[in-house]
Ligand binder design. Structure first.
Ligand SMILES: Cc1cc2nc3c(=O)[nH]c(=O)nc-3n(C[C@H](O)[C@H](O)[C@H](O)COP(=O)(O)OP(=O)(O)OC[C@H]3O[C@@H](n4cnc5c(N)ncnc54)[C@H](O)[C@@H]3O)c2cc1C
Length: 369
């Protein structure tokens, strides 16, 4: 992206990449022998690439919405999730903060005070001044929902939700500022390929197989040395590298930019499926009023130790939307099987009601006898 913008602004740009291909962690690859399918190898969703930036870069890429962002433990979280009034209030605060802050990502960096001035006082306190753990404890009474929000704050960081450095708050902000997380049609490789085409068209020189081994800079000009013995002189060097790698290239022992090697905390499991799973939470959806009552009652009492017996978890599962059955059209045979299963379940339920009512009547009948 930087190469496109700088080349278009009239700079002579050269990109040095040590691998035989560009894209970094935003690439597609054929991962399974004998299967002709390319999947997003690491990074797979797009959020911070705003429509404004896409049009400025002239990218032609299609993004597809995901109806659900989360599925675990019988919990499905979608954009339209009805998580009760507390969750709605939290999400509303986040959405307003994102609307205020997101445009600033494309502007010259603002000062902290200027940025805070864009936010409502509640958002300032919850996101910028106190650890997320405190904000979540105040805003949400349900542990399950706190966990859902905290995921976006802790992923990829080695922070705890209560850390005073507020790294977790910053991570949350980066996750929510761009709004939805969409799937690039054609995988991340399609996006990286489009960026590469635009950069070349703008006149940038892209060199693969060029590993940088050292950067010497005196504040006015720089020399970049490569593993093959070549070097490049430049007025500016923009390094898209982990801070520790940059420190090493600059010859800093253990620099202000961190330790001597980058540390990661992510594992990605890539799968190829014959068909998409039909995601459904285990609990049945109840009526809205009953859900609200359950959540209010649950919020008023302490959470018992056993997770499955946690009434708040049950209430929340029920609050979140079911996957649309219509998303994956059923075959006629599957429809018949489902109708049969629904009929059998209903018959069992009716039989259970009859048995319960017989048991209730039995003592009075015995007394009469
Ligand atoms: C498993 C995983 C999943 C992710 N999922 C998402 C997601 O869904 N959405 C999202 O937005 N982000 C995601 N991310 C984060 C995202 O991938 C990164 O933020 C992004 O790739 C950073 O881009 P970058 O260009 O700064 O660095 P990178 O993508 O890491 O690229 C750095 C490039 O520099 C090259 N390089 C390194 N050292 C040298 C050297 N000495 N000389 C020359 N070249 C060198 C590397 O080979 C690499 O190509 C994910 C990350 C991981 C690991």
């Amino acid at each position: 992206m930087a190469a496109i913008l700088l080349a278009r602004a009239g700079w002579r740009v050269r990109v040095l990449e040590r691998l035989p291909h560009l894209g970094g962690a935003a690439v597609s690859a054929q991962l399974f022998d004998g299967v002709q399918a390319r999947v997003s190898r690491y990074s797979y969703l797009v959020s911070l690439l705003s429509p404004a930036l896409r049009s400025r870069l002239g990218l032609s890429i299609r993004l597809a919405r995901r109806p659900y962002s989360w599925c675990a433990e019988g919990l499905l979280v979608g954009e339209d999730a009805d998580g009760g009034p507390e969750y709605a209030a939290w999400q509303g605060m986040i959405a307003r903060a994102a609307r205020a802050l997101a445009p600033t990502l494309l502007e010259p960096l603002r000062s902290r005070e200027q940025l805070l001035g864009l936010l409502e006082p509640h958002a300032r306190e919850a996101l910028f001044e106190q650890p997320l753990a405190v904000s979540l404890q105040r805003a949400l009474s349900c542990d399950l929902l706190r966990g859902v929000v905290a995921t976006d704050a802790l992923i990829g960081t080695f922070a705890s939700a209560a850390e005073r450095s507020l790294r977790q708050n910053r991570c949350l902000l980066y996750h929510v500022l761009g709004g939805s997380w969409d799937v690039p049609v054609g995988g991340m490789g399609a996006l990286a390929g489009e960026l590469e085409r635009r950069a070349r068209a703008a006149g940038a020189q892209l060199v693969c197989g060029a590993e940088v081994t050292a950067i010497a800079a005196d504040g006015k000009r720089a020399e970049v040395r490569c593993a093959d013995g070549t070097s490049v002189r430049a007025r500016h060097v923009l390094a898209a590298l982990a801070p520790a790698v940059l420190s090493r290239l600059l010859g800093e022992a253990v620099g202000p930019r961190g330790g001597d090697r980058p540390e990661g905390s992510q594992l990605k499991v890539n799968m190829l499926l014959r068909r998409l799973p039909r995601l459904r939470p285990r609990a049945r959806v109840r009526r809205h009023a009953a859900r609200q009552r359950a959540l209010r009652a649950a919020a008023a009492r302490p959470c018992p130790g056993r997770r499955r017996a946690d009434p708040r978890a049950r209430a929340v599962r029920a609050l979140l939307p079911l996957a649309h059955r219509s998303e994956h059209p059923l075959t006629a045979a599957a429809r018949r099987r489902r109708a049969h299963a629904d009929g059998v379940r209903a018959a069992h339920a009716r039989a259970a009601v009859r048995r319960r009512s017989r048991r209730r009547q039995a003592p009075s009948a015995r007394r009469r006898a």
